[in-house]
Design a protein around this ligand. Sequence first.
Ligand SMILES: Cc1cc2nc3c(=O)[nH]c(=O)nc-3n(C[C@H](O)[C@H](O)[C@H](O)COP(=O)(O)OP(=O)(O)OC[C@H]3O[C@@H](n4cnc5c(N)ncnc54)[C@H](O)[C@@H]3O)c2cc1C
Length: 349
Amino acid sequence: MTTAPRHIGVIGSGVAGLTAAYVASRTAHVTLFEADDRLGGHADTHVVPSPAGSSDPDLRIDTGFIVHNRRTYPTLLRLFAELGIATQPSEMSLSVSDRGTGVEFAGALGARGLFPTRSALRSLDHWRMLASIPRFHRQARRLLAATSSVDGPTGASTYDGTADQTLRSFLDEGGFSEHFVRHFMEPLVAAVWSCDPETSLDYPARYLFTFLEHHGMLGVFGSPEWRTVTGGSGTYVDAVATHLQSVRTGTKITSVRELDDRVEVTDGNGRVHSFDAIVIATHPFAGADHARVADGRPDRGPRLAALLRQHRAPAHRHLAAAGGAERPVELELPASRHPRPAGSPSPTT
Ligand SMILES: Cc1cc2nc3c(=O)[nH]c(=O)nc-3n(C[C@H](O)[C@H](O)[C@H](O)COP(=O)(O)OP(=O)(O)OC[C@H]3O[C@@H](n4cnc5c(N)ncnc54)[C@H](O)[C@@H]3O)c2cc1C
């Protein structure tokens, strides 16, 4: 006896939704909903045509997801291998240019990057900041070692935004200088998490340090080799889409109802779609939509709505992340990540 394939709805087409849809499509009929008019979410490749008459190929520039490595992205690499996606070496480096204080330096250029100006060479604050970096690495690793016992049996960390020590409190306790915080810590967090420097210190320290440790950033040496998708991340987005049974771009899902025998989702046009199961692969639905999530099952509804509410996304503005769009202006200190320090003027372009 053959049974009809299950119907699965996936909401959101970032890497999370695409991967879920790709895996589910092997055994089920998948419909992928995406509010935007293109797939990919943060995997966003822009094509910049080469000048007329030029024989150069068009440029493909990633403005969201850019780099990965072979150490900490095993699932993504498996996806790439299955889809035949080529990758190539890239780089991950940080430079800082604070127009408010005039401090500039870059991490991956040796002494020339660390002391690009005479004033940097003469600044005690700058020397102290550089000397504090290994101390910061040691203390961060110590905090991780001390708290590893509170993680679950699977090794997955659980974080309590109110109980965990914030990065700000960790730095205060460690006696790290304001100069260190403003010119090293805030730009680093802002760069790795594409968040506002102002909010970077409010993250739970342990959460950040786990991330930095996984990515080989809690030491001066030992970084993994960073790689990027050849042709941009849009390449894998397009490849996944070819495997899916139904793709609906420009279709925002506004509510989800969990019923006894199915799940119903309603799109922005009021159309109701019915599935055996759904995957919500978006940041939390905006405000009022929570109330409408899962109202079909009073016993489950509040639980699901409360669960979704817990996953609040921090507000952040976009920072230059690709190719140093906001590099130091006067000094040529290229770096792949160059966040704008708090209080700096907005870019003019
Ligand atoms: C500037 C920047 C640079 C980054 N660089 C890197 C990097 O180099 N390496 C790295 O590992 N990570 C990087 N990240 C992080 C990485 O891109 C994200 O962690 C990852 O792409 C998130 O994927 P996601 O699927 O969870 O969410 P998203 O990519 O945000 O996808 C969610 C999708 O859901 C859609 N959606 C939302 N609500 C609805 C709805 N109601 N109905 C239908 N669709 C909806 C959205 O339109 C979106 O397309 C970067 C992030 C940013 C912002």
